[in-house]
Design a protein around this ligand. Structure first.
Ligand SMILES: Cc1cc2nc3c(=O)[nH]c(=O)nc-3n(C[C@H](O)[C@H](O)[C@H](O)COP(=O)(O)O)c2cc1C
Length: 168
């Protein structure tokens, strides 16, 4: 058991604790041919409200992609399938052109929507707040697609594949 009480937590250790919460993996995209395309691997995505339909995610404040997410006022949550682990690695790297060789189409307002995802959720930003070292985006869902196929998972710093354990 790894118990921590001090308020001056070690960041790496806190990240390990928070990373105990298993998530899916998304690539959040924005921009258009008129600006530049951006995409960031993110597991901070969460659903917030069904009526109205609102989701959230957060981006590190130092991200070079932040200006495009702000200028566009829109984002697309692309939920990755098990077959798309390479995209997770690509969009969490600093390769110069993350979209090179990536199959994607144009969504609302020309935003990039990645092909063959488990789900894609196109959103308009309705709230942006700086929270510590991240910027929190809340978006109203304007369009979505989904397919029933295995979702890529991430937990304790590793990629995982899910297996049904017990019905809810
Ligand atoms: C599984 C996984 C989840 C991540 N989640 C986030 C996230 O929610 N927010 C974030 O800012 N960075 C997250 N990252 C890190 C970014 O993907 C990485 O820093 C990327 O280079 C950011 O793109 P940028 O250079 O355009 O800012 C995550 C990385 C991985 C591998």
């Amino acid at each position: 058991m790894n118990t921590k009480l001090s308020p001056s937590f070690d960041k790496r250790d806190l990240r390990n604790a928070l990373g105990s919460f298993g998530t899916g993996v998304t690539v959040v995209t924005s921009g258009s041919n008129q600006s530049r395309l951006v995409g960031v691997t993110a597991n901070s995505f969460s659903s917030v409200s069904l009526d109205p339909p609102v989701v959230l995610w957060s981006l590190g404040s130092a991200s070079p992609s932040l200006d495009i997410f702000d200028a566009s006022g829109r984002f697309v949550i692309n939920i990755l399938s098990l077959q798309q682990i390479d995209l997770s690695k690509r969009f969490s790297s600093n390769v110069p052109d993350k979209f090179e060789g990536v199959d994607f189409g144009e969504g609302l307002e020309g935003l990039p929507v990645i092909s063959n995802c488990v789900a894609t959720i196109e959103c308009k930003t309705i709230q942006r707040s700086v929270v510590g070292d991240h910027v929190l985006f809340l978006g109203q869902v304007e369009k979505y697609t989904y397919e029933r196929k295995p979702t890529l998972l991430f937990c304790q710093g590793n990629y995982l594949q899910g297996a049904e354990f017990e019905a809810t």
